[in-house]
Design a protein around this ligand. Sequence first.
Ligand code: PGA
Length: 256
Amino acid sequence: MRRPIVAANWKMHKTVAEAEDFASAFLPKVTDAVDVDVAVAPPFTALVALGRALGGSRIALAAQNVNPEAQGAFTGEISPDMLVDAGCAYGIVGHSERRALYGETDEFVARKALALLGRDIRPIVCVGETLEQRESKRTFAVIGSQLEGSLAGLPAGRAGEIVIAYEPVWAIGTGRTATPDMAQEVHAFIRGALREPFGAAAETIRIQYGGSVKPDNIDALMAQPDIDGALVGGASLDPDAFAGIVNFGAATGSES
Ligand code: PGA
């Protein structure tokens, strides 16, 4: 019912030439992946070149960040219009690295998500608990309040356009993935929390899992009822590994 979505978050990796090399190696490996949406978020400097290299394919471009203002004196920032100009279909907002390293609040994340929707770019809104929060049994409280704050003001009529990425902070870049059951438990909680503001639209919102996703753990994650895709950091830098994730289920033939 929900079309899976797998997105690459390259973070601060790859030059223009490296992004182009990735595209030529990756595209031939994912020609059979017709039942999944795929997006790649390179650094801003490689967006236009990667867009050209992916041109004509079904792979969408995504931004790693955005500033909610339309234009103005915001040194170093990138506006939603600039992302439209570069060909972005998706934009990641509220990644835990931006929350932890650059002090981004739920309120700022919500403004970004609304600004993206205003330009018809689909926001990928990230939430996730730290290890300390999990160990002190505050996971649901933390995720619930991140969702409430980061989606504040989102009109229910646009809810189906957003993607939520559940990324436990302790699993990002650590090789320590949440087990499929642990992830499903939080995904089901998120789906329930989305029902309150958005009603039936909550069933259409795709919820990605993120945190050390690899070709060898994607199938078990995707088998869970509320896991609708993945947001992939480290493994997305390698065309073989990312293709292995996009082609989830191919080895067993259980999914496409
Ligand atoms: P990882 O990163 O796959 O390297 O753990 C995921 C993310 O931060 O989106």
